[in-house]
Design a protein around this ligand. Structure first.
Ligand code: XMP
Length: 509
């Protein structure tokens, strides 16, 4: 396997991806990980990612300088290469001309890294600093018109640096360059697959949770379900799963979770806390206040349940969470700038004394899904759209009442049914209804109505960070609109949300 040190590059996660696509398992660690933490993974190679900083600035992110004595091959990408140069005695300076976009690499001496690529290679550059003086013992493998040191090699061929980004699609032969590093320089064998992941994760979990009990909170979503199924595969009935019915879930969700996990033979406790959530939300209209109320109520309910279970079963030292790699990045756990912190239901109760078990921490969404498939979870669950922790509460603009929740739940079912019927479920990120709280005048039969406008939101996205509205066929929009007005009491107008993210967000609150 390979360790990737993350210096805050927007492409950091892509490197991990590409390496895994080449059949080599990769783990992303923060840049400041001490050498011991790196070596614990027994890496055959280390990759230093790009990053927004300049190595010569005070406080610029560094890696453990001991790395250079560890005898492990290192590939530095962009900032990673500059750091290599900086730490090994060369010099990096601001570039007179910044290089952004496509460039042509002229190969002077292919070495192992550029073997088989020919004399000219199209690459993608994005940097404002450049290497001015190479460290002792380094040589140039390739240059571009603007960068005399575009690919460098040192340390008897173990240390390699590329100024461009081999991980992005705009570097067409990037995959071959990474493959050369992994197979020719590091001597990786490849052949890693998700099946290996499951096998290794299960045996690691067995070792770690040896004889002990673990608790997990299911949210109805993919991540917590897969994490629970994985831990269940490892420790069986020593895992207890709690599912809190907040009353803010979609239609049929509670039954679905119950039948899936009881079917897997899991010890599942469904807690009916619907009234408590309604009480906590009573009178609240501010979105943040609602999120907070839901989050806090969840924690309280979960805490009570944990105490009750400990009294019944004995100590439960571990808490399983479905944290995935994007969560780690998003919450600022990686080096990339903190983008947003979600008040995640299913999050860790802060004053409960658990040791966290996060078996999916290194995985991307589609990898999590693949693990779920291998563990035999139903397709409907695995392909489920994301659903926010605060649930329907943040899609019911204004006051949350049982009646409005019923209304929204009916609208949500219709939207999802029609998207599925149109065969679009797999190609959209989310499709849902929002009760806008706007009252509008309509006419039905011969009577004037004064009902509520419902918004339909259907977006495409890769990761939820940016999104675009989906150009639904007019027939589909028409069917949705007609059904909403005809079938759901109190709805007399339907609008389609055509804003992208940014500037809007996906959810309305
Ligand atoms: P926004 O509305 O921020 O949503 O564009 C981005 C993605 O995150 C989901 N989301 C949440 N998920 N807890 C969650 O677990 C939350 O509080 C929350 N808020 C938004 C949203 O559904 C979308 O997929």
């Amino acid at each position: 396997r390979v360790v990737i040190l993350d210096f805050g590059s927007q492409y950091g996660h892509l490197i991990a991806r590409r390496v895994r696509e080449l059949g080599v398992y990769s783990v992303v660690l923060p840049h400041h990980a001490p050498l011991a933490a790196i070596l614990r993974h027994r890496p055959r190679g280390v990759i230093l990612s790009g990053g927004p900083a300049s190595v010569y600035e005070p406080g610029a992110p560094q890696c453990d300088p001991e790395l250079w004595q560890a005898g492990v091959p290192v590939l530095g990408i962009c900032y990673g290469m500059q750091l290599m140069v900086h730490q090994l005695g060369g010099r990096v300076v601001p570039a007179a001309r910044r290089e952004y976009g496509p460039a042509t690499l002229h190969v002077d001496e292919p070495g192992r890294l550029l073997a088989g690529l020919g004399a000219r290679v199209d690459v993608w550059m994005s940097h404002a600093d450049r290497v001015e003086v190479l460290p002792p013992g380094f040589t140039v493998l390739a240059h571009t018109a603007d960068a005399p040191y575009a690919v460098i090699e040192g340390g008897d061929g173990r240390w390699l640096g590329v100024q461009f980004h081999p991980e992005v699609a705009h570097t067409p032969r990037g995959r071959d360059i990474l493959a050369n590093f992994l197979f020719r320089v590091c001597g990786c064998r490849g052949g890693w697959s998700m099946a290996d992941f499951v096998e290794r994760a299960v045996s690691a979990l067995r070792r770690r949770l040896d004889g002990a009990r673990a608790l997990c909170a299911l949210s109805g979503g993919v991540d917590s379900a897969v994490a629970a199924a994985l831990v269940h595969r490892a420790i069986g009935s020593r895992l207890v799963a709690v599912f809190v019915d907040t009353g803010l879930l979609r239609e049929g969700e509670v039954e679905e979770v119950r039948s899936t996990f009881s079917g897997l033979g899991m010890d599942l406790r469904v807690v009916d806390a619907r009234d408590r959530f309604l009480d906590a939300l009573a009178g609240l209209v501010d979105p943040e206040a609602k999120r907070k109320a839901v989050g806090e109520t969840f924690i309280r309910v979960f805490e009570e349940q944990a105490r009750r279970l400990a009294a019944e079963l004995g100590p439960i030292p571990y808490l399983v969470q479905g944290t995935t790699y994007p969560d780690v990045i998003e919450s600022g756990g990686g080096a990339a700038a903190t983008i947003k912190s979600h008040h995640n239901v299913g999050g860790l109760p802060p004053d409960l004394d658990f040791e966290l078990v996060e078996p999916l921490r290194d995985l991307f969404k589609d990898e999590v899904r693949e693990v779920g498939r291998r563990l035999g979870l139903p397709t409907a669950l695995i392909e489920r759209h994301p659903f926010p922790g605060p649930g329907l509460a943040i899609r019911t603009l204004g006051a949350v009442t049982p009646e409005r929740l019923r209304r929204l739940r009916a609208c949500d079912r219709i939207v999802r049914e029609e998207i599925r019927r149109a065969g679009l479920e797999g190609s959209v990120w989310q499709a849902f209804a929002v009760l806008t709280g706007a009252r509008t005048v309509g006419v039905m039969g011969d009577r004037r109505t004064y009902g509520e406008a419902v918004a339909v939101r259907v977006v495409a996205s890769d990761d939820g960070m940016t999104a675009d509205w989906v150009r639904l066929p007019h027939e589909v929009l028409d069917r949705i609109a007609r059904r909403l007005v005809n079938e759901v009491e109190g709805v007399n107008r339907v609008v389609y949300d055509i804003t992208s993210k940014p500037p809007a967000t996906i959810e309305w609150e």
